[in-house]
Design a protein around this ligand. Structure first.
Ligand code: F0G
Length: 361
């Protein structure tokens, strides 16, 4: 380990870098692992943690994948990079390509990218192309561009992305003083992250740094849950959802490319897959903010919503040491937050009125 380093590059020895001088970094990773005693008490749990990936430089876990993926692009001498995205991947790639003087092309599903993410992709200077289709359509199109040699693809089909993201698993063990949680719960969209994190936990166990593996538990939104459906039937293939729909636009994905790896992670760890409704997502998003001061975007709250549902179903043990991963910052999607909140009170500049309002409580 690089003892003095915090974040992804602390684990350089476990990452496929040929030339460390080519590393492109914004100091990603090193995100907080919060012990959430208020929420644990509310839910009747013994030990609950939230690993808040919203604390990354561009506000999502994608930065861990991009520091590795864009470093690889740098080693290869690539000048044009690109991706399809529900928002966060494009925001992250746009930042890392700016930092390494590369051109960046992003394909987004028109009308279904949260405002903060769109602002980031545009502001970092990417060429932003909105398509009249969903994420799955956008991914097919950008993969064709990559095959034609028009750009270097940085979606999670690129294995270097997953190498960066596996450090979430490393960091959780590190922050728990080399203990491994019983269960890790996270939202699943294109299914790269759950696969990557599982790889991280496995590598630490294989090298003898840790001595067990967590149960990987993936949560999808009710309107975009092909992996959950496969899991419930005990199958190893999915039936793609042609018209995915959810408030959690980050995981509004019907045909996750990494589903085989994700199902393997879930099955071989003895984990679970469950779905949650948009209402459950919004309730969980509020609960996490109001009980713990952690503001996450809707997709991230799916992990908390899933935890709540699994406890109610008696599918998980209340004595487990549980880590929920919150994947993106709440400010990514201000519209969703405002829609879910009470409106502010508006008054004239009048102390009497102010007093009457304060005294209402
Ligand atoms: N949470 C957030 C906030 C995301 O942005 C994503 C994926 C996921 C969870 C799911 O992760 O795809 O590895 O299973 N966002 C991608 C994007 C698809 O384009 O930003 P996954």
């Amino acid at each position: 380990l690089r003892k003095r380093e915090i974040g992804v590059w602390r684990y350089l020895d476990y990452l496929p870098v040929k030339d460390p001088k080519k590393i492109v970094t914004l100091h990603e990773g090193g995100t907080p692992l919060y012990k959430c005693d208020n929420l644990a008490k509310e839910l009747g749990l013994k030990e609950l943690y939230v690993k808040n990936e919203g604390a990354n430089p561009t506000g999502s876990f994608k930065d861990r994948g991009m520091t590795m993926g864009v470093t690889r692009a740098n080693e290869l001498g690539v000048n044009i990079v690109g991706c399809a995205s529900t928002g966060n991947t494009s925001a992250s790639l746009a930042a890392y390509s700016a930092r390494s003087n590369k051109k960046c092309i992003v394909l987004l599903p028109s009308g279904n990218v949260a405002l903060g993410k769109l602002a980031q992709a545009m502001f970092y200077g990417a060429k932003v192309i909105q398509i009249n289709g969903n994420f799955d359509d956008a991914l097919l199109m950008v993969r064709k561009l990559a095959e034609e040699g028009k750009l270097y693809l940085l979606n999670s089909v690129n294995p270097f992305r997953l190498e960066g993201q596996k450090t979430i698993g490393f960091e959780i063990c590190d922050q728990l003083n080399w203990e491994v949680p019983d269960r890790v719960i996270l939202p699943v969209g294109n299914a790269g992250n759950i696969s990557a994190i599982w790889k991280g936990f496995k590598e630490f166990k294989e090298t003898g740094i840790t001595d067990k593996l967590p149960k990987m538990t993936g949560i999808q939104a009710e309107g975009a849950k092909p992996i959950v459906e496969a899991f419930k039937k005990g199958q190893k293939t999915i039936v793609p959802e042609k018209h995915p729909e959810t408030i959690a636009t980050a995981i509004r994905i019907g045909n996750p490319v990494n589903y085989p790896k994700a199902l393997d992670a879930i099955y071989s760890s003895g984990g679970l897959a469950e779905s949650v409704t948009d209402e459950e997502i919004v309730e969980a998003q509020k609960l996490l903010a109001r009980k713990e001061g952690i503001f996450v975007e809707p997709a991230s709250a799916a992990s908390i919503a899933g935890l709540i549902k699994l406890i109610e179903m008696d599918a998980i043990d209340r004595d487990e040491k549980i880590v929920c991963i919150t994947t993106g910052h709440g400010l990514k999607d201000p519209d969703a937050a405002i829609r879910a909140s009470e409106r502010p009170i508006e008054i004239e500049c009048d102390m009497d009125v102010l007093h009457s309002i304060i005294n209402e409580e």
